[in-house]
Design a protein around this ligand. Structure first.
Ligand code: HEM
Length: 168
């Protein structure tokens, strides 16, 4: 048999063996389990930032003080999604204004929560329509509280001496 034919056959056999092995390997990869629905709790804007699909697989956003688990909509709100600006953030003002501009995303470090009472009637209506959409599509997982309130709650919890250790 001429050498070129032998080289061709050997290359073909190798190619088929490698593609088969690769496919088997891919099939055996077990997909990551979906994270369980987290328990209801309070989130401060600083804590909420963690849930943007970069730091953890869960994606949350807040609307009018309610935190939603939008992980199943990661293609929208995850890092590569068109609405990633809302992932891990308070989306209230942005949805009301139909904008992802930074100026409508409240600073997560601020002491107090954004107050949306200054929105006009049209914006409030748009916001309520979006809220109804999220209520219907995504599970609510908690309440958005201010960083100040969260810090106070933490300080209170740290100062409370458990009854058992208290001396009479
Ligand atoms: C050029 C402008 C826009 C286009 C073409 C567009 C297109 C779309 C489409 C096609 C969907 C449905 C996707 C699906 O169900 O598979 C969608 C959903 C959505 N859009 Fe837009 N959009 C635009 C602008 C905006 C703006 C300005 C906002 C708000 C700031 C916005 C917020 C949303 C939200 C929150 C959803 C729901 C995603 C979900 O199901 O969780 N969109 N958009």
């Amino acid at each position: 048999m001429p050498t070129t034919e032998i080289v061709f056959i050997v290359t073909l056999v190798l190619y088929l063996a490698i593609t088969r092995w690769k496919r088997r390997r891919e099939d055996s990869i077990i997909p990551e389990p979906e994270p369980k629905q987290p328990e209801w709790r309070d989130y401060s804007p600083i804590e909420l930032q963690e849930f943007n699909g970069i730091h953890r697989s869960l994606v949350f956003l807040a609307i009018k003080g309610t935190v939603y688990n939008v992980t199943m909509g990661s293609k929208f709100y995850g890092p590569k999604g068109p609405y990633s600006a809302f992932g891990g953030r308070d989306a209230t003002r942005g949805l009301a204004k139909s904008s992802f501009d930074d100026e409508f995303i409240p600073n997560a470090e601020a002491d107090d929560l954004d107050d949306w009472s200054d929105l006009n009637d049209d914006e409030k209506q748009t916001l309520d329509d979006w809220k109804a959409f999220f209520d219907q599509k995504y599970p609510a997982v908690g309440r958005l509280i201010s960083n100040k309130e969260a810090a106070e709650a933490r300080a209170k919890a740290e100062n409370v001496i458990p009854e058992k250790t208290q001396k009479n």
